[in-house]
Design a protein around this ligand. Structure first.
Ligand code: ZN
Length: 375
């Protein structure tokens, strides 16, 4: 019942065509969470890469979350930083489809494209190439799976709005661990196909709740606990961090390493809605997941962790605040994305390769090189 109620409220939230501008410009947090401290990794071998994408998470969003958490973020453990330019092939201000395609495939493409070039030709993504090289692959997101960012790693389509076509591509993506929402695109389809049954035939263990998923010890996983979106951070609790660690425990069973993409998907929605409270809660949830991943990566010693954004959302500016009380004042200048460069934070072996100012396509190039993927 509770989940059903949440589901309804989040559905209303996800309908971006009906913006309700909140005009909210202040937020205060009296319960900061404990951050972790990890030591820099000494070795240089990159066996695994974990790419963590904060959708719409610009530098101001990170700076504000740092104030709100009383001057501490897990992200601060990252040892190197850089900037990524986000414009796409036919627009200065990108969407998540084109931005994700650039990072997943190394090619700038048109607005709303999903891992195809501007002519519609299919492009190989990091998950395709990693799988072909014998690595295990995984994606964990807090949005619906046919949404843009997860889709650039699991589908090819010239139009991100073709969500049923995109969902069908998941059958052939070869990704070993898949977690996200949007179940209705898989089993309540206009073509009557039951993609959940088809995923089972493809060898996936298919789950419609997290509790059952969390018990799995090996094999391929397709977990889709909800229709629509997952609930927002306040209701999700620490689910995101737990799913990330669970996926790592399965992906790390291969001898050749793994590539995983974890997305704090709903930071972007909160930027679109200019909702500062929800924005801060989503960034902090993402940062708590980053803490879990960094602790694991420190112990592992062969894992490069990259934390970045695909673009900024909301034109958010941090205007004032207080580190002692965890309060901030801010301003949103748009309901849409903005064109500013976004920060890239890295930790682990190979982290030094992400210093500087570069195109978002370099994310693909540098990961592919470090993992020795054949293009
Ligand atoms: Zn995005």
């Amino acid at each position: 019942m509770v989940l059903a109620a949440l589901f309804n409220s989040t559905i209303a939230f996800s309908q971006t065509e009906n913006f309700v501008k909140t005009e909210q410009n202040s937020y205060s947090n009296d319960k900061p969470y404990q951050t972790v401290t990890v030591k820099p990794v000494k070795g240089s071998k990159v066996k695994n890469v974990i790419l963590m994408i904060g959708d719409g998470m610009g530098l101001n969003q990170v700076a504000a979350a740092w104030v709100v958490n009383h001057g501490h973020l897990n992200i601060d453990n990252c040892t190197y930083t850089g900037f990524s330019r986000t414009y796409c092939a036919n627009k200065l201000i990108t969407d998540s489809g084109a931005a994700g395609t650039a990072m997943a495939t190394g090619s700038k493409t048109n607005y709303h494209c999903i891992s195809v070039d501007p002519q519609g030709n299919k492009l190989n993504s990091l998950t395709d190439l990693a799988h072909a090289s014998g690595l295990k692959t995984g994606i964990v997101v807090t949005c619906n799976l046919p949404d843009a960012t997860p889709s650039v790693f699991c589908a090819k389509n010239i139009d991100r709005d073709k969500e049923e076509e995109i969902a069908a591509d998941y059958l052939n993506c070869n990704v070993d661990y898949i977690f996200g929402a949007g179940r209705e695109r898989f089993n309540k389809r206009t073509d009557k196909r039951d993609l959940l049954a088809e995923m089972k035939q493809k060898g996936y263990q298919v789950f419609t709740n997290w509790e059952e998923t969390s018990k799995v010890k090996q094999g391929k996983v397709f977990s889709i606990p909800m229709e629509g979106q997952l609930p927002l951070a306040r209701e999700r609790g620490d689910m995101m961090g737990k799913v990330c660690l669970h996926s790592i425990s399965l992906l790390n069973q291969g001898s050749k390493g793994f590539f995983a993409m974890f997305e704090g998907s709903r930071i972007d929605d909160c930027g679109h809605f200019n909702n500062l409270t929800q924005l801060m809660e989503e960034v902090m949830d993402f940062d708590r997941s980053i803490g879990e991943v960094l602790k694991w990566a420190e112990k592992d010693g062969q894992t490069l962790v990259i934390v970045l954004a695909d673009h900024e959302t909301g034109g958010f500016t941090l205007l004032d605040g207080d580190l002692k009380t965890g309060s901030v004042e801010g301003h949103f200048s748009t309901n849409e994305h903005s064109g500013i460069m976004v920060p890239v934070y890295t930790y682990g072996p190979g982290a030094e390769n992400f210093v500087g100012i570069y195109e978002n396509t370099e994310i693909f190039q540098r990961i592919a090189k470090l993992l020795n993927l054949k293009k």
